[in-house]
Design a protein around this ligand. Sequence first.
Ligand code: NAD
Length: 245
Amino acid sequence: EYDLTRRLAVVTGGAAGIGRAISEVLAEAGATVVVVDRDEAAAMSLAERLEGQALPLDVTDAEAAEAAAADLVARHGAPDILVNNAGIVMNAPSLEVDLADWRRVLDVNLHGVFHTSRAFGRHMVAAGKGAVVNISSICGEVTVHPQPQAAYNAAKAGVNLLTKSLAVEWAGKVRVNAVAPGYTATELTLLGRSKPEWFNTWITGTPMGRLAEPREIALAVAFLASDAASYVTGIVLTVDGGYTA
Ligand code: NAD
């Protein structure tokens, strides 16, 4: 049931970080992976290594997502698996946050998930099969002090209920679940806009005492994407080393 041979898997933000690990793990399980990313060069080099395909796309562009999905389906049929992983982080106190930044976080992390869910999902629903896995965050359930990230929290909470809504709408055809990672060692946490002192908060706040490796998140995604999860829909699977326990 864990085998993904002959499955077509689309992974957004699939060229780096958690998305790259997801692309790798799904390919190892036998799937043909379509690496969707706004970073075309990174998507192409990973797709070549995994013997999959690259699909350059910015998930904030709903029309481009529809066109890309229609084109993929015309060539290869409806995907079996869609992983909505593309996401960004911006931290700013709510009284100071630039509205353009607020909107950008919602646009990528929430609207982007809706755009690609709808674009690829319409073909999966029509085919009557498949699994969608959305990458949420523990930040969709709890705040993580002292980081001010209301936009990120609101977007990820939105992803959790979007997941449940689509699971109910598409029940019996397409399963829809989410994975909520805790702090994971990627560009986003290690290099991005994260302050060094926040690392200590994450590590001391995590009972397991370390960040997740991207592969540990990807393995949970592979489970939800596989037939091993055939009766699982509408859940948010937390993978956080005990952070929210
Ligand atoms: P990352 O920055 O390492 O990689 C993100 C990838 O998404 C990149 O390849 C980037 O080019 C792509 N991307 C970004 N915006 C895009 C867009 N508009 N269209 C298409 N592609 C786009 O990030 P990551 O740490 O791997 O995070 C991946 C997901 O996991 C995000 O949804 C993030 O919110 C979530 N997450 C991360 C952590 C963590 O600690 N790293 C924790 C919880 C949840």
